[in-house]
Design a protein around this ligand. Structure first.
Ligand code: G1P
Length: 289
């Protein structure tokens, strides 16, 4: 049985890399093909058996709450017009009261601080974290792969992938023991955004975590790290004696916090959609791409 029932979604970030698009729209509401990023994240969590969805928000993020709420006017209008399919599309994404919890991160102090904001709401031994910017296209949803492979005895678990050396300064990077080829990688350390010439490997953490609740004790006393922010990675590092498992997931990850990654995600998700695939190919031909 999967013991992970709670997932935290840190959604307080400014999205400054996507201005002006994100001036009045949360970056997590950016659409890839036909769904906002945060909906992909919630659907992935649901597929992994998550039952409580904690969104750590900030000012200007109410569109996220609205997205998962009911919308009586729209529902009535669709029902009256017999638009059954459209109606089910918006009904399926509703989160029931009590299932979705919205709390505010009152100052932009970093990812570690955002997770700490949810501490009073996590009652279980372990919980998940999804960063909606990191979108994964996979046959089996990424977090589901992780919950199936998770063992509390191996300590915290992070989703990982290999990145080029010159990108290592953008990620949390694992220091690994000699055997780093398997699906599960035992990490000796993790370092947040190392200088490229000091990166201990090319194995980067992407925005999927299964964390033991003891992490809150470390986050409470965590000093600011890389970028002057309270880093989740540093608290994970402080828990290294209890273990850290890097999980190489199957699938393709897109960094939708950048324009390049977001564009690529749109292409890949459209290509994976049987109704859009041929159109996409024809379009690429038409414009000689
Ligand atoms: C965060 C984490 C970093 C991780 C990355 C994955 O960084 O701090 O360890 O590798 O997400 O996307 P951010 O992208 O928020 O700077």
């Amino acid at each position: 049985m999967n013991p992970i029932k709670t997932c935290i979604f840190p959604v307080a970030g400014l999205g400054s890399r996507f201005l002006p698009a994100t001036k009045s729209i949360p970056k997590e509401m950016m659409v890839v093909v036909d769904k906002p990023l945060i909906q992909y994240a919630v659907e992935e969590a649901k597929a992994a058996g998550i039952e409580r969805f904690i969104f750590v928000t900030s000012q200007g993020k109410t569109a996220i709450e609205d997205h998962f709420d009911s919308c009586p006017m729209l529902e009535m209008a669709l029902r009256a017009r017999g638009k059954v399919q459209e109606l089910s599309l918006i009904e399926d994404i509703k989160l029931n009261p009590g299932q979705a919890i919205y709390i505010r991160q009152q100052a932009p102090l970093g990812l570690g601080h955002a997770v700490l904001c949810a501490q009073e709401l996590v009652n279980e031994d372990a919980f998940a974290v999804i960063l909606a910017d990191d979108l994964v296209l996979a046959d089996h949803p990424c977090l589901q792969q992780m919950t199936q492979a998770y063992s509390p005895l191996e300590g915290n678990m992070v989703g990982v992938m290999e990145v080029p050396y010159d990108h290592t300064n953008r990620y949390g990077i694992l220091k690994t023991s000699q055997d780093a080829d398997g699906q599960k990688i035992i990490a000796e350390a993790v370092v947040e955004k190392p200088a490229i010439d000091q990166a201990p490997s090319r194995i980067a953490v992407i925005g999927r975590y299964i964390l033991n609740s003891q992490i809150f004790q470390h986050l409470r006393t965590q000093k600011p790290g890389a970028g002057g922010e309270i880093q989740l990675t540093d608290a994970i590092q402080a828990m290294i004696p209890r273990g850290l498992c890097g999980f190489r997931f199957q699938g393709q990850r897109f960094d939708c916090g950048t324009k390049e990654g977001w564009l690529e995600a749109n292409m890949a998700f459209a290509y994976a959609d049987p109704q859009l695939k041929d159109h996409l190919k024809a379009m690429l031909d038409k414009y000689h791409f």
